[in-house]
Design a binder for this molecule. Structure first.
Ligand code: PLP
Ligand code: ZN
Length: 598
């Protein structure tokens, strides 16, 4: 990966200097690793590339453009020697040899751990796992008084209030899904330090249902305890089987047996030279999330949400969605043996509805724009007590921190100048920001990318707020747009996304439908990536910022492309010339090629 020397300057942005994101405004700029509130900082630590790469030259960090994720997380062997490596893992403790040949045991340990201390650590880990947060939570649930079952007339999912359950559900006695059982064998897990409201600082009982802040209705945040994460863990993570759960210490699931995974994460970071040349960018990368198990970014958050749902013994999960989230929740619920109710606007692309129904979910098509669907879902969650997979679920939201983790690793520790994300509820940018803050707090990364919200002009509440310099999104009624997946008028995490833009010196860009369709076509023709229109908004925003000179040609730019083209192929189909058929003869073929030159 070539290095570029880039100044760490932040150009003033609209809205800079307001609100929570002010921390970096007067400082040296976001590349100088702001110390995030609530995160401990490892002041002595510096990112040692040689240590991380070890003797396997190139290391796993050179995975740019690598193949899609390789299936379900596999149980690792307790004792493993990588071919051609002198990195030896014993029960999860990494031994890495420095250039002088002496073993180094992580950054903070000079001497090899004694067998006794290793035994003590193993015992502590075992007892942490068996008495973890999930178990405490379950015990507390058991003490909840039985609530009357509010059963909706004709409701598709029968029975108990899911969160907390009124009585043990027979589903609880079912064997855990095979993927969870396999994952249980080797996962150490992340621990939630607290569930906190960033807006009013209220701390909330972690056993409470995963909905908004009881005091101000803000979106709660799950703070994962980073103090358990040793610096030596970075190389260990790199050696784990691929997938999002490699980063499990950063994810708020205490019970490894609850993990539901379809092999999500570790999507390719594709160097897109031909595409970059089209829009004047020399170092353009596409984070290709179209290859996730259900074809969209939603799998990153849903794997964590449904793992938490299993952890708290929920039986029915519910969500409102513009389509992709519905399909993802349906798939993960199927794998986990949970019932799923997904509500979508009646106008949702047929393929997404077919996909959700194929997984056995109860799909409810609701008349009107998405915000009406969302309001109905919130009402139903309150009435029937299903487990909420909405973006107000703080557990769910942790999954998308993986954008930061994976990008950092795939760029071999280099921090991109820009990361651009198509945005609906705001989570993509908010969680990416949190992920980078955690990497900085641990001393693994130095600096932040400028984060960019890309929205369709037809539904741009965050862009409006950004341009007006106000801290919260300006709600809109979405107009019709090709980017239907991101047509959300009141984004629940919009305020946090705006904080991220301010703190990183980023930007918010509204893209016209025509620009989005051009970007979709360019991705297909110049990068080999066929995505749905909403997913191309990031590239449309990159082109706009490059055209304005805001992004410089040599900046390293990562555009997240978030949903597969086959989920909503109508616009690409409408753009194409009519498909003519010929008889199977060479002369007809020659005639066809004359009329349609290559
Ligand atoms: C294809 C696609 N891209 C991006 C998003 C943005 O999601 P968020 O703003 O919640 O990160 C969505 C959400 O539905 C989506 O379906
Ligand atoms: Zn609050």
């Amino acid at each position: 990966m070539p290095e570029t020397a880039r100044p760490n300057r932040v150009t003033p942005s609209p809205g800079a200097g307001r609100g929570e994101g002010r921390a970096t405004d007067s400082g040296p700029g976001p590349r100088h690793a702001p110390t995030p509130e609530g995160l401990s900082t490892c002041s002595t630590a510096r990112w040692p590339r040689c240590l991380d790469r070890g003797p396997r030259e190139g290391g796993l960090g050179n995975r740019v453009g690598a193949a899609p994720p390789a299936g379900i997380v596999r149980a690792g062997s307790a004792r493993h020697r990588s071919p051609g490596s002198d990195c030896v893992r014993r029960g999860g403790v990494g031994t890495i040899r420095a250039s002088d040949g002496r073993p180094r045991y992580g950054l903070h340990r000079e001497r090899p751990p004694s067998a006794r201390s290793a035994r003590r650590r193993r015992r502590a880990r075992r007892s942490r796992t068996s008495r973890g947060v999930g178990h405490a939570r379950r015990r507390r649930h058991d003490r909840h008084p039985t609530r009357p079952a509010a059963q909706p007339a004709g409701a598709p999912a029968r029975g108990a209030r899911d969160h907390p359950p009124s009585r043990p559900d027979p589903a609880d006695r079912r064997a855990p899904p095979a993927c969870a059982a396999r994952a249980r064998a080797h996962l150490a897990v992340g621990t939630v330090a607290r569930i906190r409201c960033p807006r009013c600082d209220e701390s909330v009982d972690r056993a409470a249902p995963p909905v908004g802040c009881p005091r101000c209705r803000g979106v709660l945040d799950a703070e994962v305890d980073l103090s358990q994460i040793a610096r030596g863990l970075a190389p260990e993570i790199r050696r784990r089987p691929r997938g999002l759960w490699r980063w499990r210490e950063f994810l708020p699931i205490a019970d490894p047996g609850a993990v539901v995974t379809l092999g999500e994460g570790d999507t390719p970071l594709v160097p897109a030279r031909r595409l970059g040349a089209e829009i004047g960018l020399e170092r353009l990368y596409i984070k290709n999330d179209t290859v996730l198990p259900t074809g969209s970014l939603k799998d990153r958050s849903v794997t964590v949400a449904l793992s938490h749902a299993r952890e708290v013994k929920a039986t029915t999960v519910a969500v409102s969605s513009t389509g992709n989230h519905a399909a993802s929740v349906a798939a993960y619920a199927a794998a986990a043996g949970l019932k799923a109710i997904v509500m979508v606007p009646a106008s949702t692309a047929a393929a997404k509805v077919v996909q959700a129904r194929a997984h056995g979910a109860c799909v409810v098509a609701v008349r009107g724009p998405f915000d009406r669907t969302a309001a109905l879902c919130r009402e139903a969650l309150a009435a029937f007590g299903w487990y909420s997979c909405l973006s107000t679920n703080p557990w769910r939201n942790e999954g998308k921190k993986s954008y930061a983790f994976e990008t950092w690793e795939q760029l071999d520790g280099e921090v991109p100048a820009w990361m651009i994300h198509p945005i609906a509820g705001g989570l993509g940018v908010a969680a990416t920001w949190k992920g980078w803050r955690e990497l900085n707090a641990l001393g693994w990364a130095r600096g932040m990318p400028r984060l960019v919200v890309a929205q369709a002009a037809a539904a741009a509440p965050i862009v409006r707020a950004w341009e007006a310099g106000v801290p919260d999104p300006v709600p809109v009624t979405p107009a019709e747009t090709v980017a239907e997946s991101i047509a959300v008028g009141s984004p629940s995490l919009g305020g946090r996304a705006l904080d991220a833009l301010r703190a990183t010196g980023g930007a918010a860009v509204a893209c016209a439908d025509a620009e989005i369709l051009v970007a979709q076509a360019r991705l297909a023709r110049f990068a080999g990536i066929f995505c749905e229109p909403a997913a191309a908004t990031s590239l449309a925003a990159a082109a706009a910022l490059a055209g304005q000179g805001r992004i410089r040609p040599q900046d390293l730019v990562v555009c997240t492309v978030t949903g597969h083209g086959l989920k909503q192929p109508a616009d690409a189909a409408a753009r194409a010339e009519p498909l003519l058929t010929i008889d199977p003869s060479l002369s007809e073929l020659e005639g066809h090629l004359r009329r349609n030159p290559l």
